[in-house]
Design a protein around this ligand. Sequence first.
Ligand SMILES: Cc1ncc(COP(=O)(O)O)c(C=O)c1O
Length: 388
Amino acid sequence: MVQRSSCIRNLVQSLWAASFPSKLPYCRGYTSQAASSLTVASQPSACSGDNEYADVDLDKLGFGLTPVDFMCIMRCSKEENFKEGRLTRFGNIEISPSAGVLNYGQGLYEGTKANRTASGRILLFRPEQNATRMKHGAERMCMPSPSIEQFVDAVKEIVFANKRWIPPPGKGSLYVRPLLLGSGPILGLAPAPEYTFLIYASPVHNYFKEGTAPLNLYIDENFVRASPGGAGGVKTITNYAPVLKAIARAKNRGFSDVLYLDALHRKYLKEVSSCNIFIVKGNLISTPAANGTILEGVTRKSIIETARDHGYQVEERPILVDELVDTDEVFCTGTAVGVAPVASITHQNRRIEFKSEGRLVSQELCSTLVGLQTGRIEDTKGWTVEVH
Ligand SMILES: Cc1ncc(COP(=O)(O)O)c(C=O)c1O
């Protein structure tokens, strides 16, 4: 998105200067490097004394949108690649009523998080994996995409520009939401003539209203999420609105979310609305194989590797719904969700319960993953990217 990240920092400074001319108090506690972007990281209202945090009610922080200071936008036409990005104040965007994304759903999204470490560093977790996934998705959806480097640079810049919104360690994360949209006007069904790559962010904490309590999932055989030959393997926006009804029905019945089965046989586990699923039996951890009908989560991939490091056997394979009755533990994984234990799955009016208290495999793996993400555990895998 940016050839040189300093360009965008200069832009941030001038933007800030234009918004809050001259009266900006200098916040104590910033390093000289941060001070060059200080204008981004502190608004007058939040910039008193040593307080470098935005005014967020951390106790009420769930997974809702809290608008932050800046977003970034990059545009290109069908024939060219993305070039220069622009950092702007967070706000509405203007779009043609006949934009490809509005009419035909030509759009992708991503999600990654920035965390503060106890020593005050800011870490991203494997953002290049999200960039790669967006690239594959863009190819499937006939869109140009930013390069891996442009994507990662833009994520770093947006995190730096909004860093006062990153909650303190243990209180949440800054969720970063990149979007790739067919924003140009098109009437006939065809790829849009112009594209927009946009990143916004929001401080978040727990995804489910249950907080960290184990989930109760519901298998609703009336709905499937993806079918062979479809686009279930990419993070297209068109995969999400169709599951809203299934989620609403499950929540009305008191469940946390929906676990989808395969479209063909309705007997193999696939994934949950916004996360992947794992089952545990003894030392064996299994997760549905990625064959284009589930989203290959960054967290899924990381948990598979972490579990093998911990001495577990891990298999990516077809998992029959009937296996659930003989399963010790079930857990879900995702950037927004984290690693969440599952207490029960209800299928055809039968509630199957799993171990969800005491020493859990999911807890052991979660602790390592979160340890890496928050700098508590030394990153020997090169999974974290520091923002400074
Ligand atoms: C359908 C679906 N499956 C799985 C995931 C988990 O992916 P990740 O771990 O990359 O967040 C997500 C979240 O992005 C999702 O929307």
